[in-house]
Design a protein around this ligand. Structure first.
Ligand SMILES: *[C@@H]1O[C@H](CO)[C@@H](O)[C@H](O)[C@H]1NC(C)=O
Ligand SMILES: *[C@@H]1O[C@H](CO)[C@@H](O)[C@H](O)[C@H]1NC(C)=O
Length: 336
């Protein structure tokens, strides 16, 4: 049995050992950019000052605050050689541990809604330090309007509309980035955090207010069930995906257009897929084609006469009657 004297000595040793030693945690990057479907490494490392000669067992915990807002949730907890992963991240995340103090989080098969703030927390006994890193996806923001016209979607309807187009609700950060890249849209749309905003690069009286500076205008948070607006969706693409224009010998109505893609082992493209191909694969085709939602559009990266406005963009002709004849944009998923 340990005597009291013995216990005091042990305690004393423990604390001398830790006195003046500081735990540090930092990250080589404050933001990480990645692509949908791909991997991402969120850096985090810890060390002691002065250094310990022998390695110590620490608890590393990664948690995540979705870009859309909401609670911070657990991603991964590691102690020694034991690791646990949680929820949507199960089987998709691991701790890198390439060198002493390496606590980087490696994510694979990134989904559009994985963006947000990742927090790396290191606990050694009573010491507890953490840092946060933002994960952003390279992508494209596009405004979407209901087939029945302007301002027809509740928040839930907007969420569904983006999903149907192979996209997700855009976050404010994503809309702001799109605005910096020149997005100008005069109708207000839902964002992932339940606010309603619109990006203005050329203010006019009818659009963003005369004499006001360009910027992202906000109506603030709106009632999710009651209020109706358009929506800003966000999408990305990954290697191997392809969108192309198809026009067999004759132009097609909407039913025939769907079939034409299917007969080639593809499917009629969704709006998000067309935007991603325009942005990331430089798709440029000056003929209108059907899309899965029944709208008709075409993508232009090199503006020219008879192909719409002077800026690059995806031109839209709304939702014509389904018996109208057009070409079609087909989508084929990657091999890998
Ligand atoms: C994120 O997106 C994936 C794929 O679209 C979906 O299965 C998952 O439920 C979404 N997760 C959350 C938290 O919304
Ligand atoms: C498209 O044309 C086919 C005949 O080729 C016809 O059966 C079908 O009803 C038409 N669909 C629409 C939406 O007009």
């Amino acid at each position: 049995m340990l005597g009291l004297r013995h216990l005091l000595i042990v305690t004393f040793l423990c604390c001398i050992h830790f006195r003046g030693v500081k735990l540090h945690v930092d990250s080589a990057q404050s933001s990480v950019f990645a692509a949908k479907g791909g991997p991402a490494t969120v850096p985090c490392r810890f060390w002691y000052e002065p250094e310990f000669s022998s390695p110590r067992e620490v608890r590393v915990k990664w948690s995540w605050q979705p870009a859309a807002g909401g609670h911070e949730t657990d991603v991964l907890v590691a102690f020694g050689s034991r690791t646990r992963t949680f929820g949507e991240f199960r089987g998709r995340v691991e701790l890198r541990q390439d060198f002493p103090g390496d606590a980087a989080l490696v994510l694979t098969e990134l989904q559009l809604n994985d963006t947000g703030r990742y927090r790396c927390e290191v606990v050694d006994g009573l010491e507890d330090k953490s840092i946060s890193v933002n994960l952003e996806l390279q992508g494209v923001v596009f405004p979407y309007q209901h087939p029945r016209g302007r301002y027809h979607m509740s928040f839930l309807g907007a969420q569904q509309a983006c999903e149907d187009q192979g996209a997700t609700l855009a976050t404010f950060t994503q809309l702001l980035q799109a605005w910096k890249e020149g997005l100008h849209w005069c109708n207000a749309g839902w964002l992932a955090d339940g606010t309603v905003q619109y990006p203005i690069t050329q203010p006019r009286t009818s659009c963003g207010g005369h004499g006001l500076a360009p910027g992202v205008r906000s109506y603030g948070r709106r009632q999710l069930r009651l209020h109706r607006y358009d929506v800003f969706c966000f999408t990305s693409s990954f290697r191997g995906e392809a969108v192309y224009y198809l026009q067999p010998s004759d132009k097609m109505n909407l039913t025939e257009a769907r079939q034409a893609c299917q007969e080639l082992g593809a499917e009629i493209a969704r709006v998000g897929q067309l935007f991603a191909a325009w942005k990331f694969a430089g798709l440029d085709h000056c003929e209108a084609g059907w899309l899965a939602d029944g709208s008709v559009r075409y993508p232009i990266t090199r503006p020219r006469t008879n192909c719409g406005p002077a800026e690059p963009g995806v031109r839209t002709f709304g939702f014509p009657p389904p018996q109208q004849k057009h070409g079609v944009y087909c989508y084929r998923a990657g091999e890998d």
